[in-house]
Design a protein around this ligand. Structure first.
Ligand SMILES: Cc1ncc(COP(=O)(O)O)c(C=O)c1O
Length: 388
């Protein structure tokens, strides 16, 4: 496929090699541990370069390679490596670039388990974390220390939705040889092109939109040039791998990413705008609406939005909040997002250097592929049941 092919064409064709598999369009699911090297001489050759050959199930199979190739093409990276969850991808990416005595900067709106990784794990190994205001932009350079090695970004934050000025952060970082790692799950490699905006390593919880059907856990790490080797070493040393069945499901999900995302986008925007006129609502945290912090940067850097956004309700009692959430019929109450179905979740945010006082009033919606008018009716009916 031509390198300048448009993203929808890449989604359809990348990682597809029918001529290597009897003309069959999709790759088979290779379930593997052992690989037969046939001769000792061939074993030496294969094992010398485990990244480009199949040497053992943990190092990947033709099924996982097909998925990795498709994600690399989508993200615009030379290489993607897939692991067993989004959190595994975040951990392997961070561990690739830090050692005892180093310092990292983590955005204050980071996904909570990423904060855990910093505070409960990296700290034990002598890596110190400073949290920063996600809206800091180029002023991040004021937080640099001589031992700062990584800036971790997540844009938008998956509960509070601030959009970060990634190019400004990356410019400052690169002057000091600091790596920029981004959790690019919200943009899904489709609405945000990380490497065109200065990101060095792009991580996705492919569990969300790439899989798209709430039936598999996968993480991806995408990178180019000098960043490939440290990340692959990190994944292999940690023994992270991906199940071939999940790789197959993720590749299958990825093929329809564009049409699903567009539908999530239109429905979520319709519902967010409808909600913004409701008397029960204080404000909407949707990157495509001006009420969202960093909306102007979203307009500059992103080419679209998805089904995930936050809603800050006017002050209400805990009981009223429960009544509203429990009363929704078409929204499942659950973590994760990016599947075909609608979800709701009360927000529980932890902050270190910035204020977030809305935990008791804030919920997150994931708008699925249902008819948006049915979802609006469901929300409207449940809102009416709120009595403080
Ligand atoms: C923004 C974000 N990053 C990473 C993850 C972790 O992904 P996984 O659940 O696949 O470990 C999640 C999961 O909810 C997420 O929302």
């Amino acid at each position: 496929m031509r390198k300048d092919a448009k993203r929808n064409t890449k989604l359809t064709h990348s990682g597809s090699h029918p001529s290597d598999q009897s003309g069959i369009i999709n790759p088979p699911i290779y379930r593997a541990s052992t690989v037969d090297y046939e001769t000792v001489a061939k074993m030496g050759v294969l094992r010398k370069n485990p990244n480009d050959n199949f040497v053992y199930g943990r190092f990947g199979t033709p099924t996982s390679k097909a998925f990795e190739e498709a994600v690399a093409s989508l993200e615009g990276a030379e290489r993607t490596i897939a692991v067993g969850s989004g959190l595994a991808a975040i951990s392997a990416a961070m561990l690739a670039f830090v050692k005892t005595g180093d310092h990292i900067l983590v955005c204050d709106n980071a996904y909570f388990p990423t904060r855990n990784l910093s505070e409960k794990f990296l700290k034990r190994f002598g890596v110190e974390t400073t949290y920063y205001d996600p809206l800091i932009g180029s002023a991040i350079s004021k937080l640099f220390q001589p031992n700062t090695k990584v800036i971790y970004t997540e844009s938008p934050g998956s509960h509070t939705f601030e959009i970060q000025d990634i190019p400004a952060i990356a410019d400052a970082a690169h002057k000091e040889n600091i790596k920029v790692v981004m959790d690019n799950t919200w943009g899904a490699g489709y609405f945000f092109k990380p490497f065109e905006h200065g990101v060095d390593i792009s991580v996705q919880a492919a569990t969300k939109y790439l899989v798209g059907h709430s039936d598999a856990m996968i993480g991806t790490i995408s990178m180019s040039g000098e960043n490939i080797e440290p990340v692959i070493n990190s994944v292999q040393i940690l023994g992270y791998n991906i199940s071939p069945d999940d790789a197959y499901l993720a590749l299958r999900g990825l093929r329809t990413l564009n049409v699903r995302l567009k539908r999530h986008e239109t429905s979520a925007l319709k519902i967010a705008k409808w909600l913004s006129n409701r008397p029960e609502i204080d404000r909407i945290l949707h990157p495509a609406l001006s009420s969202c912090p960093g909306h102007d940067i979203w307009q500059r850097d992103f080419s679209g939005s998805n089904g995930l956004f936050g809603v800050v309700l006017k002050p209400l009692s805990e009981r009223a909040m429960h009544t509203f959430i429990d009363g929704l019929e078409l929204f499942s109450l659950g973590g994760s997002w990016g599947g075909y179905e609608s979800l709701v979740l009360p927000t529980n945010v932890t902050r270190t250097v910035t204020e977030w006082e809305n935990n008791d009033q804030c919920i997150r919606f994931h708008i699925g592929l249902e008819n948006p008018d049915d979802l609006i009716r469901d929300i409207e009916r449940s809102l009416k049941s709120i009595k403080n």
